[in-house]
Design a protein around this ligand. Structure first.
Ligand SMILES: *[C@@H]1O[C@H](CO)[C@@H](O)[C@H](O)[C@H]1NC(C)=O
Ligand SMILES: *[C@@H]1O[C@H](CO)[C@@H](O)[C@H](O)[C@H]1NC(C)=O
Ligand SMILES: *[C@@H]1O[C@H](CO)[C@@H](O)[C@H](O)[C@H]1NC(C)=O
Ligand SMILES: *[C@@H]1O[C@H](CO)[C@@H](O)[C@H](O)[C@H]1NC(C)=O
Length: 630
């Protein structure tokens, strides 16, 4: 090619590129600020089968006897049958969380490979693009089961699997508490193929259906030299018992990267949890870069790379949305606010927070370092309004909003406020109440004057009688009740007509049980909450607890003693146990049935398969010999 031709080719190429990017840009900017327009996101480039085939002759085989898989020596009389294949077909379903509607599962299987999966999405925009994301997530999950790169050459029982996904409301692409998350799943064989229908009212139901379908598919390492298997017939009807199925992560005591938070979201979606409560700041650090108040992160993050940018947040919100989860960010105030809130004086705005890092800490706060907003400084409320408005804009979440509100230490205010202020109050709880009313007023302003339907606040002295009725309007304040389950708090709130979310510390605080991290004060909250404790907690069965006022539950992980290197094991499988409690709410006495052990163990295996370092539940011998350890 001559120089001239080359130049011309380059020129044409450049023009092409420019036009391409203009079109791309135009397409982006001409769209509304609806998040779904940004899809697709973070799709893995090419799903690769990572696993090598195992080469050994198996020593064990499992056969189903009296609805239980029994381990036997594999030999010529007893050909190898994997434990997973056995348990998928032996008595219990291996579904988690257990569906609440009728379930019928056939006992015949079909072998197939992932190239035989075909999807039909019966939906319109905007649900359609979410559905396409959910389909690609599903595909990747199935491909991840495969343990032999060459298995597509193996013989299969069928030619194809057709999965038809249909939903009635294509406009419902924002998860709200009223979202109908129910779905139906049907699998049946027709000649050489398997026909699967998932139907639901909206995208979120269909997504749950896909999640359930993925649990009816597994890798059978022995059949046909290694192959994917599916049940040939199944029918499942399912819907959750509670609308609010939350998981809280604290990223202030210790920072966790966005990739780690994505792993949390992946685990949540596998267990049909639907609210990611992100306790993003505390008195220790403020890692969130607020678009209009960047000084917070500048003064408050642990390091320049230990931050969450607006882009990070938007990305996580989308990542969660396509997995049926919404993100609710909490910036805790007036207590649990110190580092990060220190820039007031340099901007001529006075002290925004008091007692910051003050010692001895035990005189001013519940754990070091201290910090509590300055209710006397009017600028604090201006800052709160901007902060709230940035949060609403970042997450687009304006049905639920968490204002924090826990563990105010009145001594901090008592020792630092002017006598004039202190003289106005005989009881400083009233100052706390006034602060809260002003903050709520700014929240409403930040939301364009519109009332937010569910404003969450941690339980505290302010949510006790008589303060609660004086300061918190039950029409839209929801109390997240975290006291011990034996405390009267939750019942009192219910009886006073409040809606609540349950996070009882003695059942659903999974950070507890790792000893003390300081020499003064109690070891935070020993003992360890076992998965059985998490699972068995059913406070709504208590006399007088009106279940209609309980929006749901939330499992909490505070991060004083956990960061991204151990977060998986803290959460899983205990958060999965919690998920079944709030999705299915099975009746239980205090001995958990064998079936729950088996199913939870299978679910734990799925999480491990997806790269989550879930904790082991028991010795592998117990897993290999179902029922023998109970
Ligand atoms: C897969 O097949 C290719 C080509 O047939 C072969 O070279 C390769 O060794 C096989 N890989 C495994 C893990 O069996
Ligand atoms: C909301 O965020 C978008 C970017 O996501 C930004 O362009 C817009 O200015 C923000 N609006 C307000 C009111 O802050
Ligand atoms: C809550 O109120 C009780 C009774 O008024 C008081 O004894 C207790 O110290 C208060 N707790 C906090 C954390 O302020
Ligand atoms: C609570 O909110 C409702 C609905 O906005 C309103 O009608 C009522 O007056 C409020 N109650 C109080 C005590 O402010």
């Amino acid at each position: 090619m001559k120089h001239y031709d080359l130049r011309r080719a380059l020129m044409i190429f450049s023009i092409f590129c420019v036009v391409f990017f203009i079109v791309l840009f135009w397409q982006q900017t001409s769209s509304s600020n609806d998040f779904t327009e940004l899809l697709p996101i973070n799709r893995r480039r090419s799903p690769l089968i990572k696993h090598e085939k195992k080469i050994y002759s198996p020593q064990w085989t499992w056969i189903c006897e009296n609805q239980r898989c029994e381990r036997r020596q594999a030999d010529s009389n007893n050909p190898a049958n994997s434990l997973l294949t056995c348990s998928m077909l032996c008595g219990s379903t291996q579904l988690w969380p257990q569906p609440t509607g009728p379930v019928t599962l056939g006992s015949k299987t079909a072998s197939f490979n992932h190239e035989q999966l075909h999807f039909e999405a019966k939906a319109k925009e905007p649900a359609l693009r979410l559905l396409h994301e959910a389909i690609s997530i599903f595909r990747e999950k199935i491909v991840d089961l495969v343990q032999d790169v060459n298995y597509t050459k193996h013989e299969t029982d069928i030619e194809k699997i057709v999965i038809v996904l249909s939903l009635t409301n294509s406009d419902h692409v924002k998860l709200i508490l009223n979202t109908d998350e129910s779905y139906q799943l049907n699998i049946k064989p027709i000649k050489n193929k398997i026909s699967i229908h998932i139907t639901a009212k909206n995208f979120f139901g269909v997504r749950h259906g896909l999640e359930t379908l993925s649990q009816l598919i597994w890798w059978d390492e022995y059949s046909n030299g290694g192959i994917l298997k599916i049940l040939k017939t199944a029918s499942v009807k399912d819907h959750p018992v509670f609308a609010y199925r939350g998981l809280m992560i604290d990223t202030a005591r210790n920072y966790m990267s966005i990739d780690t938070l994505k792993r949390v979201i992946v685990g949540m979606s596998a267990n049909k949890l639907n609210i990611f409560h992100w306790h993003i700041t505390d008195s220790q650090s403020f890692p969130l870069v607020l678009p209009r108040l960047p000084k917070f992160a500048k003064m408050g993050s642990y390091a320049p790379d230990m931050i969450y940018t607006p882009k990070d947040v938007e990305e996580l919100v989308l990542f969660a949305l396509v997995r049926g989860i919404r993100v609710m960010i909490e910036i805790d105030t007036p207590a649990h606010a110190g580092n990060g809130w220190t820039w007031g004086p340099s901007e001529d705005m006075g002290e925004l927070a008091l007692c910051v890092n003050k010692r001895p800490w035990s005189s001013y706060c519940g754990e070091p370092p201290c910090g509590q907003l300055n209710p006397d400084n009017p600028k604090v409320y201006d800052v709160l309004e901007i902060l709230y408005s940035d949060l609403l804009n970042l997450t687009k979440e304006n049905e639920l909003f968490h204002i924090g509100g826990d563990e105010v230490f009145l001594e901090c205010w008592q020792d630092h406020l002017s006598t004039a202020t202190l003289n106005k109050y005989t009881d400083l709880h009233d100052l706390w109440g006034d602060f809260t009313l002003k903050a709520l007023d700014r929240l409403k302003k930040a939301n364009g004057g519109k009332k937010i339907p569910y404003i969450l606040i941690w339980s505290s002295n302010l949510t006790k009688r008589p303060y609660v009725n004086k300061y918190l309007n039950k029409s839209n304040i929801v109390v997240q009740s975290w006291g011990a389950s034996q405390w009267p708090d939750t019942l009192d709130l219910i009886q006073d007509g409040y809606k609540v979310i349950i996070s009882h510390v003695d059942a659903w605080y999974v950070d507890c049980g790792f000893g003390r991290w300081r020499e003064t004060g109690d070891a935070a909250c020993d003992p360890y909450r076992t998965w059985q404790t998490v699972y068995n907690h059913r406070p709504w069965t208590q006399q007088g607890m009106n279940k209609n006022q309980i929006l749901g539950g939330e499992i909490c992980l505070w991060s004083e003693q956990v960061d991204e290197s151990s977060v998986d094991a803290r959460l899983w499988p205990r958060a999965a146990a919690f998920a079944e409690r709030v999705w299915s709410d099975p009746a239980t006495d205090f001995t958990i049935e064998e079936d729950v052990y088996t199913r939870l163990n299978t679910q734990r295996g799925r999480l491990v398969k997806q790269g989550l370092h879930a904790e082991a539940m028991w010795p592998q011998w117990c897993l290999q010999n179902p029922g023998m350890c109970l």
